[in-house]
Design a protein around this ligand. Structure first.
Ligand code: C5P
Length: 400
């Protein structure tokens, strides 16, 4: 972690005293730490303790910036990672809602860096439905949460809510930087969502893809250090925000195809989008009246995965991954697709009985030339991480 810059935000919980130990551990590992205290945080520990340990000014107020710098923006820009420890229920609620009424919450809203938080609170607060909603929201927004421990809490009640120990937080930060370097310098293109194939100026054909899985893959690759081009069709799920993800919105399969090929060369191509197989040939640029009747003629869309998978070796990404969504004979079909599209792996998932589309969970199999690995049912975020790990393990072999 030598040379890494951590912005440590300390909010108002008794666990704030442990943040001083965290600063010590981080600086020992070679990090530079800059501290921000909320008003609550400063009730528990003083700015002087923080600045003594960090060797830098401890920030408290929104309004004490020099005239030439905007503190809330600068603080995020000059860090590599923002850590909130301890993070109170109130602070988590604020960042879930995008509120910014003090320096710490404004830094979070103006951030362009990854965030890791270590919550600390009473067990009832932790279990409260309103808090759990906020927690789910920030996780969905890409914030990494270091879970609290179950123990006797400072308030005397027992249960979950005690902030993770400084050593654990330090380890998570170490792991974050180690992971973030796994795909450093690699460029990935990921497609997500369904394509939209117009019928006339108001109607279209599409599919039920939510974009959840593709978004999760993009985020996992970015967290592993890759520069990610996310080409997004029609998605019902929010697109991920991460400094290493660049989003390009497209609509039809033709647009997606042109966009992907315009972005090559790349090291990795993950074709997660549900590309419509057909487009309407006799589409009109006006609204068709219902009295006119409707007879549609279709032609096949380009197969984007295949067009990338079959590129000459010099132009082809080192790893090309496709997806197979099938109701029947899943593995057999996935194996066919692997060969047909020139992919290195097909991620196969069952779509029967409304499974997969729009859901948070997925049951996937990794199908490669010589192996079929069935994963348990897990969140799409977790499947995304497994795909990123597979990429890390295989990209080196590929590059020889
Ligand atoms: O052939 P099928 O649509 O089942 O294959 C699914 C895989 O192929 C997915 O990875 C999807 O993103 C990709 N695909 C594509 N272009 C198409 C159709 C599918 O890239 N026109």
């Amino acid at each position: 972690m030598n040379g890494k810059r951590i912005l440590l935000i300390i909010t108002g919980s008794i666990a704030a005293y442990k943040s001083l130990e965290l600063i010590r551990l981080l600086t020992k590992s070679g990090c530079t730490v800059e501290g921000v205290l909320t008003r609550g945080g400063a009730q528990f520990i003083t700015p002087l303790s923080v600045s003594t340990l960090t060797g830098k000014k401890a920030h408290k107020e929104m309004w004490d910036a020099d005239a030439h710098e905007m503190n809330h923006i600068e603080l995020s820009r000059r860090s590599d990672l923002i850590v909130v420890a301890p993070a109170t229920a109130d602070f988590i609620g604020k960042i879930a809602q995008g509120l910014a009424d003090d320096l710490a919450s404004s830094v979070l809203l103006a951030r362009n860096k990854p965030v890791m938080i270590a919550p600390s609170m009473n067990v009832e607060m932790w279990e409260n439905a309103a808090f759990q909603r906020n927690l789910s929201q920030i996780k969905e927004d890409g914030v990494a949460v270091i879970p609290p421990q179950t123990d006797i809490l400072a308030c005397g009640e027992s249960g979950i809510g005690k902030m993770a120990e400084p050593e654990t937080i330090n380890e998570k930060i170490e792991k974050f930087f180690a992971d973030a370097e796994m795909l450093e310098g690699r460029r990935a293109i990921v497609t997500t969502g369904g394509t939209i194939e117009p019928i006339d100026s108001v109607r279209y054909i599409s599919n039920f893809s939510s974009g959840k899985q593709g978004n999760a893959v993009a985020l996992a690759l970015a967290k592993a250090g890759a520069e990610v081009e996310l080409v997004a069709g029609n998605v019902s799920d929010p697109l991920p925000t991460h400094p290493k993800i660049r989003i390009t919105k497209v609509s039809s399969a033709d647009e997606m195809n042109a966009s992907v090929h315009g972005m090559l060369p790349a090291d990795i191509f993950i074709s997660c989008a549900a590309v419509c197989d057909f487009k309407v040939v006799n589409r009109l640029d006006r609204k068709i009246k219902k009295q006119e009747g409707l007879e549609l003629k279709f032609e096949q869309n380009p197969d984007i995965a295949r067009s990338v998978g079959e590129l000459p070796l010099k132009e082809r990404p080192s790893l090309v991954v496709g997806f197979a969504a099938e109701t029947d004979n899943l593995i057999e079909n996935a194996k066919k697709k692997l060969l047909d599209k020139g992919c290195d792996m097909i991620v196969a998932n069952h779509v029967g009985n409304g499974a997969v589309f729009g859901k948070n969970e997925n049951q996937a199999s990794f199908v490669t030339e010589d192996n079929v690995k069935n994963l348990d049912t897990m969140s799409k975020a977790e499947v995304g991480r497994k795909i990123a790990v597979w990429i890390v393990e295989n990209i080196e072999k590929r590059l020889g």
